[in-house]
Design a protein around this ligand. Structure first.
Ligand code: GDP
Length: 447
């Protein structure tokens, strides 16, 4: 699933996350590549336009978190844009099965889309997960052996099946199914309607007539993900004629591009409720926008890093700091603030643990070089031993003052010197980074 896109985006992100600061030009260059990647994945053009616009606004806009590398933040922004595109952050839509039984679920779709298989998969799922009594009924009077196919599947999954009455019309089968459902105490009746090779008036008329009889809680369109934008167009056309409540995308297991999945929601406004992921009766996944976006990006580590940072960092403080940096002002009090923010985020160790490519050995090395939480505390102590004037103007720190500070914070003068040197380097880097448009500790961390 989504292999093409995952590969392409991976390359783009590798370039971005390797940089300290990003300019508007960097973001635009990345966006051009993201656009090509989405188009190659067969995502509909209006969808590509809308999603890249959203990414640009967020990447260049105000809501930047300055405690993570800009490239990493772009990964998170792209992730969020994909989640929105796929239907938002909420829990998976699931099925609406509340109300007086029997509740009808109508399955619609073109022939060969996987409608019959999906009807059986849903029956199995509702039986097992919702603990409901399900009746499967085939209304497909067109495709030879369609009824027998569903009957076989029903036997295989051990779900009740409405007996076949040869020659009966679809609307009459619907009536019979609903009354059997009522009389025999079924909770849910799944009606598998006939498909065609293309949408036609007769099929739509029949589906509407069946809907008028069964008053379905759910009318699900089954579409084959492999047909890409055709699936999207079919869904849109169906929805114009038959009020659908959701979509099921089948053959996701064979779909390396994912264009249909990514375009469906935006184009039709309908939620994707399930994904068909194999031919087997249990090959049906509840659709979860976050999980799918995560799978496309394959950068869960970075996304959770940025989430953690945005939760823990005081935005106002970050903004204040950013303004100071832009003016080239960054004193020792500011440095201390950055240390304490780092500690709030769980310390350098926890941040490094989340970065890709940071293995145990690298973390151990960081700890050995003093880049651990103890070091953060020690640095804070050194700064706290300085007077206000010293913190604001480190230049005045001559030998006698350094000695006093070292004694006050229980370290050697060499440690004080190291801190002052580190501050000077950071201040220089920040001045440079802020000229590129963005700055912050991000630049120091390097991504
Ligand atoms: P219908 O004409 O729409 O009722 O389509 P069927 O349910 O008969 O499905 C057509 C073919 O697609 C069958 O061979 C199914 O086994 C296969 N199929 C359906 N859903 C999936 C899926 O999610 N993944 C895969 N790999 N095959 C599927």
């Amino acid at each position: 699933m989504f292999d093409t896109l995952t590969d392409r985006l991976g390359g783009i992100f590798d370039t971005l996350t390797g940089r300290g600061a990003l300019s508007e030009k960097d973001v635009d260059a990345a966006l051009r590549e993201i656009r090509v990647a989405l188009l190659e994945a067969d995502v509909a053009l209006p969808v590509v336009k809308s999603v890249t616009k959203q990414i640009r606004e967020r990447a260049i806009g105000e809501d930047v978190i300055r405690a993570v590398a800009p490239g990493q933040q772009v990964v998170k922004i792209v992730h969020d844009a994909l989640v929105d595109l796929l239907g938002g952050d909420g829990a998976p839509e699931g099925l609406y099965l509340e109300g007086e039984p029997p509740i009808a679920i109508l399955m619609a779709g073109l022939q060969g889309s996987g409608k019959t298989t999906t009807a059986a998969k849903l029956a199995k799922r509702i039986t097992e997960q919702h603990k409901k009594k399900v009746l499967l009924a085939s209304l497909d009077t067109r495709r030879p052996a369609a009824m027998e196919q569903l009957q076989q599947l029903a036997i295989q999954i051990d779900v009740a099946f409405l007996p076949i009455v040869p020659g009966q019309k679809a609307v009459d089968i619907a009536k019979r199914a609903m009354s059997a459902g009522r009389l025999q105490g079924f909770d849910v009746v799944i009606l598998d309607t006939a498909g065609r090779t293309s949408i036609d008036e007769e099929m739509m008329g029949e589906a509407k007539a069946i809907a008028d009889i069964a008053h379905p809680h759910e009318t699900l369109l089954v579409a084959d993900a492999l047909t890409g934008q055709d699936a999207v167009n079919t869904a849109a056309k169906f929805h114009e004629r038959l009020p659908l409540t959701g979509l099921v995308l089948t053959r996701m297991d064979g779909d390396g591009r994912g264009g249909a999945a990514l375009s469906m929601r935006h184009v039709t406004g309908l939620p994707i409720k399930f994904l068909g992921v194999s031919e087997k009766p249990d090959g049906l996944d509840a659709f979860d926008a976050r999980r799918v976006a995560g799978r496309i990006l394959g950068r869960g580590d970075i996304v959770s890093l940025v989430e953690k940072a945005s939760q823990d960092i005081d935005q106002a403080q970050a903004e204040r700091m950013a303004r100071k940096m832009a003016k080239g002002k960054f004193d020792l009090d500011d440095l201390r603030e950055q240390f304490s923010q780092l500690k709030k985020m769980g310390g350098l160790g926890s941040i490094m643990g989340m970065l890709p490519g940071m293995n145990k050995a690298a973390k151990a090395q960081a700890a050995a070089s003093g880049m651990d939480d103890k070091m953060l505390t020690r640095q804070e102590a050194i700064i706290l031993s300085m007077t206000k004037a010293e913190r604001a103007k480190p230049e005045i720190l001559k030998a006698s003052r350094k000695k006093r500070i070292a004694a006050g914070s229980g370290v050697d003068v060499a440690d004080v010197n190291k801190l002052i040197k580190m501050h000077r380097q950071m201040a220089d880097m920040m001045k440079k980074a802020s000229k590129g448009g963005r700055g912050g500790l991000a630049g120091m961390m390097g991504g």
